[in-house]
Design a protein. Structure first.
Length: 79
């Protein structure tokens, strides 16, 4: 089993930082999902709670994305 962990660590070290962060997020997700002290499942969201959670998930990881559009891309051009 130690060899498997060593191989995993080597692979993680070769990943770019943003991909390594995705791996850690996934591991956190799995740990939270399978822990014996699981939090109760939320089965009744208010509209605002759901909207906040959905926006957080949609924007997760976008902080480092390059800006590829500017104001001129938003304007309609008339001939």
């Amino acid at each position: 089993m130690t060899m498997v962990y060593a191989e995993l660590i080597e692979k993680l070290e070769r990943l770019p930082d943003e991909k390594r962060a995705e791996v850690f997020d996934f591991v956190d997700y799995l740990a939270a999902r399978f822990t014996s002290h699981r939090a109760p499942i939320v089965d009744h969201w208010t509209d605002q709670e759901f909207a906040d959670m959905a926006m957080q998930q949609a924007l997760r990881g976008m902080d480092d994305d390059p800006v590829i559009y500017g104001d001129t891309d938003l304007r309609e051009r008339w001939q």
